[in-house]
Design a protein around this ligand. Structure first.
Ligand SMILES: [Zn+2]
Length: 69
């Protein structure tokens, strides 16, 4: 897949950020947001998202098993 850019700030999306977007939107996100823009939109601290990513990876979430970029 080609490089995805954050819909809000244009930053290059990391694999984890893409997987998190997919997870949060049931596999069909309307747009992709990087971790900091996602945190702003969800009104949660960025550290919470990092923790969430860690937890999802540990729980074997299938979105995190894919390579997107
Ligand atoms: Zn962004």
């Amino acid at each position: 897949m080609k490089q995805l850019l954050c819909a809000a700030c244009g930053a290059a999306m990391t694999n984890d950020e893409i997987a998190l977007c997919l997870h949060l939107h049931g596999g069909a996100p309307t747009r992709f947001l990087c971790a900091s823009c996602m945190a702003a939109e969800l009104e949660c601290p960025p550290e919470w998202l990092q923790k969430k990513i860690g937890l999802l990876k540990k729980s074997g979430c299938r979105y995190f098993a894919e390579t997107y970029v």
